[in-house]
Write a protein that binds this ligand. Structure first.
Ligand SMILES: *[C@@H]1O[C@H](CO)[C@@H](O)[C@H](O)[C@H]1NC(C)=O
Ligand SMILES: *[C@@H]1O[C@H](CO)[C@@H](O)[C@H](O)[C@H]1NC(C)=O
Ligand SMILES: *[C@@H]1O[C@H](CO)[C@@H](O)[C@H](O)[C@H]1NC(C)=O
Length: 365
């Protein structure tokens, strides 16, 4: 080996001394060119004063790039890189009668954006949800792998090995369904996408997006405590306190139900105090516990009654009615007794007559 390399070195020295004509091309083949970016191929000649360059593709399709020659270098710039640049390019340089040729293969790829994590709406504890990780505009997608992780634990992994039917950018996505718990609050949902192309720099092969989870419990178990009572006297006051359970803690909204069914807002405080109540304040009061996930309502009916005077009047009326009834009953009783008496007398009279009749008959015999 050493002998050969020594001999090559010697040969090179001889050639260099006689200005050997050769070309080099950079970067190294194959070139991984990101679609949409600007990529240049440089052909450099040595051993010639004024070389002439030409570029072509191996299948003689258009170059889809611009050539700039400057002294002993020629640059082919593809800006922007597209699928039409996926070729083997040949750089040819001539120096008088001498000719040198070098090929370079260009492959394109696309992995331009971080993944997007999509959730259909607010996450509710106990309700299954499907999260989607979307990796936009990928090529070649048979090199793509996606991981979905929650709280550093792998939920799902997929490699997209299906054959590619066409040269095009594709949105690739991975879905996972899970049921959020209260413990998921603040935890990280991570989507990691990897494009396995070894020729691409390691840090460009992987993209990651993190979403902090917010979980909700829609308001429930809304309760109202009323002090002193839902039946009030005119001029009195009442305090109603509303509570509702949820995550995050529901906001409390008090309102009154109008005759047309609409709600008239009253207060955003959990404790609602109503003073100097009038009869027309009677009606349905509504407490709503509200958060981002929903709403839960509780209705309370307040009845404001007119005070004392009316109570007395009502009582008097009731008393009179009772007396009236008693009197009627008494009269009815007397009536009945009278009727009974008459009946009895009638019967006695009949019996008397019958007896007399009998006696009379006996006498005749
Ligand atoms: C790909 O995803 C992007 C969002 O990043 C969207 O705007 C676009 O419409 C999608 N394209 C296709 C073909 O679905
Ligand atoms: C509703 O709240 C009450 C009082 O806080 C509690 O005792 C009860 O268990 C709750 N009910 C439900 C279904 O959460
Ligand atoms: C609600 O009312 C209570 C007592 O009236 C008061 O101390 C508190 O500051 C009020 N809260 C709000 C948010 O207005």
């Amino acid at each position: 080996m050493e002998g050969i390399s020594g001999a090559l070195t010697l040969l090179w020295m001889v050639f260099a001394a006689s200005q050997a004509f050769k070309i080099e091309i950079s970067p190294d083949s194959p070139v991984m060119a990101p679609i949409g970016a600007s990529v240049s191929l440089t052909c450099r000649a040595t051993g010639c004063e004024a070389p002439a360059f030409s570029w072509r593709t191996q299948i003689d399709s258009p170059l889809n790039g611009k050539v700039r020659n400057a002294g002993s270098t020629s640059t082919l710039t593809m800006d922007p890189v597209s699928f039409e640049n996926e070729h083997s390019y040949l750089c040819t340089a001539t120096c008088g009668a001498r000719k040198a040729e070098r090929g370079i293969e260009v492959q394109v790829y696309s992995f331009p954006k971080d993944p997007e994590i999509h959730l259909p709406g607010p996450l509710q504890v106990g309700q299954p949800v499907t999260a989607t990780c979307l990796v936009p505009d990928v090529y070649p997608f048979d090199r793509l792998e996606i991981d979905l992780l929650k709280d550093n634990r792998l939920l799902k992994n997929q490699e997209f090995l299906e054959p590619m039917e066409s040269k095009s950018l594709k949105n690739m996505s991975l879905e996972v369904t899970f049921t959020p718990t209260r413990e998921d609050m603040g935890k990280a949902l991570v989507c990691r996408a990897m494009l396995h192309i070894n020729e691409v720099d390691a840090e460009l092969r992987e993209r990651e997006t993190t979403k902090e989870l917010q979980v909700y419990v829609s308001p429930k178990n809304t309760t109202v405590s009323v002090s002193p009572s839902t039946r009030l006297q005119e001029g009195g006051s009442v305090t109603m306190t509303c509570a509702s359970e949820g995550l995050p803690a529901p906001q409390i909204l008090w309102s009154r139900k109008l005759d047309n069914g609409n709600l008239q807002p009253l207060s955003g405080n959990a404790t609602l105090t109503l003073i100097a109540m009038r009869m027309e304040d009677s009606g349905i009061y509504v407490c709503a516990g509200v958060n981002l996930a929903g709403e839960d309502r509780k209705e309370v009916e307040l009845l404001v009654q007119v005070r004392s005077l009316n109570f007395l009047k009502e009582e008097k009326e009731e008393e009179e009615e009772k007396q009236e009834e008693e009197k009627e009953e008494e009269e009815e009783k007397q009536e009945e007794e009278k009727e009974e008496e008459e009946e009895k007398q009638e019967e006695e009279k009949q019996e008397e007559e019958e007896k007399q009749e009998e006696e009379k008959e006996e006498e005749e015999d």
